[in-house]
Design a protein around this ligand. Sequence first.
Ligand code: SF4
Length: 261
Amino acid sequence: MLEDLKVRGRIFNIQRFSIHDGHGIRTIVFFKGCPLRCKWCCNPESQNFAPEKMKENGRIKDVGRDVTVEEVLAEVERDRAYYRRSGGGMTLSGGECFAQPRFAEALLRAAKERGISTAVETTSFPEYSVIEKCLPYIDLYMTDIKQMDDEKHRAFTGKSNQTILANIEKVVKTGANVIVRVPVVPTVNATEEDIRKIAVFAKSIGVKEMHLLPYHRIGMDKYAGLGRDYSMKDIVAPEKEHMQKLLAVVQAVGLKTQIGG
Ligand code: SF4
């Protein structure tokens, strides 16, 4: 649809040649704004909807710019040949892409109309009606589950997990291609019991694949750059051996799994 091309939204980055966040070589569009506030978030500049300044490598840079679907697609189309050869495409990430419903839908639909494969990486927190409208234009739906215990989920992300879990179940029921992703964060969910609970839930609603993403501290300096405190500075990344144990837990539940996205 021609009018889709003029729809505007707010992003903070477009990353080409990514081999994460979906199959093959991908272009990742990072939406600005997220309803959650995960304490370990490696992209804290994604959280606020408003544009802001961030100090990086001694320089102040602007984070957040308004763009049209047409402008994003022009960037995405540059790597069309790579998508074809690798089975890749465009991934909407963030922040939370569905927190900008019109922009997400228009961008996904326009990409599909051009024959570009699409994926989303979402919290599944927004209203289901928003997600539902976009599903026809999504080839791969990747969603986080961070913790089954609602109280703990609230403590570490600022929000309840109830809407998230209900939405994921609804998405799976539509027959969509769903991968559950679990950021494995010590003190939050890195025990075998935590991971088993998530895997058992995923399996019970019909999910077939669950990826484990080990916590890292790559985004830590960004907090200082934004003038914010990083409350998880004492947390260290899980050991490889521990990740292997968690992998075995997920396999034992009967899900296809891997470490990393
Ligand atoms: S859901 Fe993702 S982008 Fe949003 S705060 Fe959590 S880690 Fe950051």
